[in-house]
Design a protein around this ligand. Structure first.
Ligand code: SF4
Length: 248
C-alpha cells in the first residue's frame, strides 16, 4: 500500500518544473458540463483500478511541459471556437504543481470563463484551500473514490486512512468560502455504503449529501483491462457509447 501524499511528491518531480506542468493533450472540446474546453495533464497521486487515463498516469513523463499562459491560450481558443463558457484541466490530477495551477487560475480570473477544478482532493489541505479562495471564477468538484476507507483502499491500492483527505478537503474548501461539491464513484458500492457516506458528508455540512454527484465506470477497453488485472468487477457500469445523459 502507498501513501498518496508521498506518491504526489514523487510524481510532481516528473511532471512539474517551476511554473510549468506536463500535459499530453491540449485542447480537447467536449460536451461534459454542457460544453467545456479541456487540457489533459500527466500524473496522478492515486492508482484507481477504474482509471480511464492510460499511459499518462503510469508513465507521466509523456507529453511536454506547458506554461500557464500556453495552457490558457489553448483553452481560451477552444472555448471561443465552440462557444463554451467553461474550462478545465483533466486527464489526471490537476492539483499537482500548485504554482502552475494558481497561475492558470489567475489568467482565468481575468477572463469571462469559469474553471471547473476536478480533483481527487488528496492535496487540498487548509493552506491550498485558502490559496484557491481568492478565485471567483472557480468551482471545485472533489471526487471520492469509494464510500468508506476499506472500499477506497481496495479501489486505489492506497492506505485506507487517506480516504479522510478528500473529506477534509471539502471542509477546508467550505471553511475558506470556495464553491465546491462532492462526487463519488459508486460502481463498486453496495447501497448501504452510500447511506453511510451521506451521513459523513452531512457531518461536514448539511448541504453536502444533497449535492453528492454519482459517478460510474465507463468501460473503455483499457479500463476493462485494468479491472480484469485487479480482479474487480463493477456492480454498475456503462459502455462508452451508452453513457446516460444525466451522467454527462
Ligand atoms: S484520481 Fe482520477 S486520474 Fe487519478 S488514478 Fe484515480 S481515476 Fe485516475
Amino acid at each position: 500500500m502507498y501513501d498518496p501524499l508521498q506518491l504526489a511528491r514523487e510524481v510532481e518531480r516528473l511532471v512539474v518544473e517551476e511554473k510549468r506542468r506536463r500535459y499530453y493533450r491540449i485542447p480537447r472540446p467536449g460536451d461534459w458540463y454542457g460544453g467545456i474546453a479541456t487540457a489533459d495533464c500527466c500524473g496522478c497521486c492515486l492508482r484507481c483500478v477504474f482509471c480511464w487515463s492510460g499511459a499518462p498516469r503510469d508513465n507521466p513523463s509523456l507529453g511536454r511541459l506547458y506554461s500557464p499562459e500556453e495552457v490558457f491560450r489553448e483553452l481560451e481558443a477552444c472555448a471561443r471556437r465552440f462557444n463554451y463558457g467553461k474550462l478545465r484541466v483533466s486527464g489526471n490530477e490537476p492539483t499537482l504543481g500548485k504554482a502552475h495551477l494558481l497561475a492558470l487560475l489567475e489568467l482565468v480570473e481575468k477572463s469571462p470563463f469559469t474553471f471547473i477544478l476536478e480533483t481527487n482532493g488528496m492535496l487540498l489541505d487548509r493552506s491550498y484551500a485558502r490559496d484557491l479562495s481568492g478565485f471567483r471564477n472557480l468551482h471545485v468538484r472533489v471526487s471520492l473514490k469509494g464510500t468508506n476507507p476499506q472500499e477506497f483502499s481496495r479501489l486505489t491500492g492506497a492506505r485506507p486512512e487517506a480516504f479522510e483527505l478528500p473529506l477534509q478537503a471539502l471542509k477546508n474548501l467550505l471553511d475558506e468560502g470556495v464553491s465546491c461539491h462532492p462526487a463519488v464513484m459508486l460502481s463498486f458500492s453496495p447501497r448501504q455504503g452510500v447511506v453511510e457516506l451521506k451521513r459523513r458528508l452531512g457531518e461536514i455540512d448539511p448541504s453536502l449529501p444533497g449535492r453528492l454527484e454519482e459517478e460510474y465506470v465507463f468501460l473503455y477497453p483499457h479500463v476493462e483491462e485494468r479491472l480484469r488485472k485487479a480482479g474487480i468487477r463493477p456492480l454498475t457500469s456503462y459502455l462508452p457509447g451508452k453513457i446516460p445523459r444525466q451522467l454527462r
